[in-house]
Design a protein around this ligand. Structure first.
Ligand SMILES: Cc1cc2nc3c(=O)[nH]c(=O)nc-3n(C[C@H](O)[C@H](O)[C@H](O)COP(=O)(O)O)c2cc1C
Length: 378
């Protein structure tokens, strides 16, 4: 069996369906739910997603497939929100346990094979930068998911819809800062903790969870139009933007806002090296450019599951969170002055990768115990 994951509409797919007769197909029926970051596919039902929407068996389909082909609209350097949603829902394909691979922290394999993956990106046109960005994303994604890059192709086709939706005039508070926690773990997210840190440093803020607005994005878009400064905080999912904020960003791109927006970013990740956030940071910058917003820099945080607990306003900037706190302080100064910073990549200070990995690897069996599972079951 071969597996095709695509975001084509029915009409587009009919033109190429003959080439994919032998394939199992994952396509968009409008019902896919975003990953909520619960890790059940690692600690409760190993290898299987617990969200029962018909897209819960993607890891298993990838395992059974001889190869995987992905066809996606090129979106800010990676795949579209539907394809990204499918990828986010497949992390049970790898084991929760960590190892060092190519001198970086990654997940161990759940299955013995390396999966050949072909990616076909579609857009009206591609610059050389677009192609480099897409290749860098696919390479990182394959490294993390234990895939091998079989091929990356770029197809130019007419898929542009340039007509912008004009928003009614809204009152804009140019000094107010809208803090958007894009993690669906909501108040329990590390992203939320980093935003709480900023909130304590800034005067005029509104600190909201994207999870509250998933079914009322129009309301959120109005909120965005009412401010000039926006801080997005999000985790790294499969080397890119999680599908829920990506879906919102695709929608925002369609709107004509009443004032220019400044975009600030806080990203965090489970693995150790903050440099693995490069794709996500670049994607948010590309999105800002596409929307006509000004990307004003951000902080990329490695070992986020630990730093989320340590980087709080009462921490004077000592210990493993030293660089994170320095970065968040620089970011809050830039926001106050409506300025910008160069992206800060913040690793743990004097806290070794091997110790972080040891702690993380011992946490999985402990977390799985409450579901009656042992280390060997994971
Ligand atoms: C679907 C999914 C994919 C993930 N992919 C990555 C990844 O590619 N690299 C990484 O370092 N961490 C990855 N993580 C871990 C999260 O980035 C990490 O747990 C982060 O601290 C969560 O932040 P939050 O609490 O703000 O959601 C992934 C987590 C999930 C649920």
């Amino acid at each position: 069996m071969k597996l095709l994951i695509h975001d084509l509409n029915e009409e587009e797919f009919t033109h190429i369906s003959a080439d994919y007769k032998e394939f199992e197909i994952i396509s968009d029926n409008g019902n896919i739910k975003p990953c909520i970051g619960c890790f059940s596919c690692w600690i409760k039902t190993p290898g299987k997603c617990v969200i029962k929407d018909g897209y819960d068996n993607i890891a298993d389909l990838i395992h059974k497939a001889d190869e995987v082909v992905i066809i996606s609209r090129y979106t800010y350097g990676g795949p579209s929100s539907f394809v990204k949603n499918a990828l986010d829902r497949c992390i049970g394909f790898v084991s929760p346990f960590f190892e060092v691979y190519m001198d970086e922290m990654h997940h161990k394999k759940r299955y013995p094979e390396d999966k050949p993956i072909t990616c076909i990106f579609r857009s009206d046109s591609f610059t050389e930068d677009d192609k480099e960005n897409a290749k860098r994303y696919v390479k990182a994604m394959c490294t993390n998911l234990h895939g091998t890059v079989k091929d990356i192709r770029f197809e130019e086709c007419n898929i542009c819809d340039t007509d912008k939706i004009v928003l009614e005039e809204t009152d804009c508070d140019p000094q107010k800062v809208l803090l958007i926690n894009c993690s669906l773990r909501a108040d329990n997210a590390n992203s939320k903790r980093f935003l709480n840190f900023l909130e304590a440093k800034l005067d005029n803020t509104e600190n909201i969870n994207l999870s509250t607005y998933l079914n009322k994005t129009d309301e959120l878009i109005k909120k965005i139009d009412g401010v000039d400064k926006i801080v997005l905080a999000m985790p790294l999912y499969v080397d890119g933007i999680p599908s829920a904020p990506l879906r919102l960003m695709e929608k925002i791109e369609k709107y004509q806002f009443n004032s220019a927006k400044k975009i600030y970013l806080i990203s965090n990740m489970g693995l150790y090296e903050s440099k693995q956030l490069i794709n996500l940071m670049s994607m948010v910058k590309q999105w800002s450019d596409k929307c006509g917003f000004k990307y004003c820099g951000g902080v990329a945080i490695g070992a986020g599951e630990m730093q989320g607990m340590m980087a709080n306003p009462s921490n004077p900037g000592k210990g493993p969170a030293k660089y994170v706190i320095q970065g968040l302080n620089s970011l809050s100064d830039a926001i106050k002055g409506s300025g910008y910073i160069d992206d800060v990549y913040a690793d743990a200070y004097k806290f070794s990768r091997s110790l972080y990995m040891f702690i993380a690897n011992t946490s999985w069996p402990r977390d799985a115990k409450k579901y009656g599972l042992k280390k060997k079951d994971l």
